[in-house]
Write a protein that binds this ligand. Structure first.
Ligand SMILES: [Zn+2]
Ligand SMILES: [Zn+2]
Length: 269
């Protein structure tokens, strides 16, 4: 039975020693295997995964590799479990954790910064200087579950408490998997100076974040909402399309430069 030293568990939520997990082999190949249930360290909890969404980025990782980085390189054939849009129930507490309770429903954010580099100290933990540096003799405490550490295509995963978001009982498991994705779209609108009803919004390169962004912008009264990009899923939206090839970061920078200065506001996902 699962009982690591220093980890609090509860008999109401029995935890096995091993779990089912999808593991990435060659590009495009996932196989179902057994893995040990991971153990939370200080300031971490063990989450029983109740629902997981599949993001377009998961497909990028499975078929091509980046932006995942495992052991300093491509993620294939490294016993890596993808998946980053999941929610679940806290079932074990690592040493020192009293911020969350066993049995609490939560959804998760991807990134736990190292907490000690310059960017983390400024609160920019998603751009941690120690991104992926948690292998071999180096353990910087950085996690980006589904990107640099094991993710949610399995039964249990470890999350830092800073990556947890409590969710209300009325919210379904399925909805909860998309809370952080929707939050990213809301953040995009806020970064652009907020949305004024009647303004135009341009969303470039939409994956799930952009599609939720479109829903958010429409609900807030944006008109029209224009999508640009090249992926097939954009065709399903039936809105105006235009090709774009520039990188995500470059587009984000331009979006910020545009913020507040033109009628159309843009961001990318
Ligand atoms: Zn995603
Ligand atoms: Zn950092």
């Amino acid at each position: 039975m699962y009982a690591p030293a220093g980890v609090k568990t509860n008999t109401d939520y029995p935890i096995p020693d091993t779990m089912k997990a999808w593991v990435l082999g060659d590009p495009g190949q996932l196989s179902l295997t057994d893995k040990p249930v991971p153990v939370p360290k200080r300031a971490e909890v063990l989450v029983r995964i109740d629902a997981v969404a599949i993001c377009a980025t998961d497909l990028e990782i499975i078929y091509h590799g980046p932006p995942a980085s495992i052991l300093g390189g491509m993620p294939h054939n490294k016993n890596f479990t993808p998946g980053h849009e999941y929610m679940g129930t806290v079932v074990a507490l690592g040493p020192g954790v009293d911020e969350y309770k066993i049995g609490q429903r939560i959804t998760v954010e991807i990134h736990a910064g190292c907490g000690q580099c310059k960017r983390c100290r400024e609160g920019m933990y998603t751009a941690c200087h120690n991104y992926g540096l948690n292998y071999g003799d180096v353990d910087k405490g950085h996690r980006a579950n589904g990107f640099t550490t094991d993710g949610g295509f399995c039964e249990y995963q470890v999350n830092h408490i800073n990556t947890l978001v409590a969710i209300p009982d009325e919210m379904s498991d399925e909805e909860a998997t998309l809370v952080v994705t929707a939050g990213t779209a809301m953040y995009g609108l806020t970064e652009l100076g907020g949305l004024v009803a009647g303004e135009s919004v341009v969303v470039t390169g939409p994956g799930p974040i952009g599609l939720l962004g479109v829903a958010v912008a429409k609900a807030m009264g944006a008109h029209p909402v224009i999508l640009t990009g090249t992926r097939d899923n954009r065709l399903k939206i039936g809105l105006e399309l235009a090709p774009t090839t520039s990188s995500m970061c470059a587009r984000r920078m331009r979006s910020r430069q545009r913020a507040g200065s033109t009628e159309a506001r843009a961001w990318t996902t």
